[in-house]
Design a protein around this ligand. Structure first.
Ligand code: ZN
Length: 135
């Protein structure tokens, strides 16, 4: 996981940010993620933590798309999470959970939600009391 900065030059203007899909008009950051290279604009570099940037690049390289791709037809986080929980409960196979989590995060990103927003939405409220299960 290496990050370097490259100065803006004309050839860089042909490339797009691997997070927001905007053409470069200024310096770019290069992140090495797994065996891939991710180009990140200054704005995305400032808006996301390093950990998030590695995660986001990895997800977009794996599944395609970019941050906020579905802004026009944006789903709510509640809808995204409901679909996620429905899929997990229908599957019932915990060995697929890792892949479901990655796809959940990818879908949230496509709809313009940051990993932080997703995690906050998934948190159980402080005063929430779990119901006792009766068998
Ligand atoms: Zn960007």
């Amino acid at each position: 996981m290496i990050k370097t900065e490259i100065r803006y030059e004309k050839s860089l203007g042909r490339l797009k940010c691997d997070i927001c899909d905007t053409r470069f008009r200024e310096n770019a950051r290069i992140y090495k993620v797994n065996n891939d290279i991710g180009y990140v604009c200054q704005q995305c570099n400032d808006n996301f933590s390093k950990e998030d940037i590695y995660l986001i690049i990895d997800l977009f390289k794996s599944y395609g798309g970019y941050f906020g791709k579905f802004d026009d037809i944006k789903l709510s986080l509640d809808n995204i999470l409901t679909e996620f929980y429905d899929r997990i409960s229908a599957d019932g196979n915990l060995k697929n959970t890792f892949e479901y989590n990655r796809k959940l995060c990818h879908k949230a990103l496509l709809n313009g939600y940051t990993p932080k927003q997703l995690i906050q939405k998934m948190k159980v409220p402080k005063n929430y009391k779990l119901k006792k299960r009766t068998i």
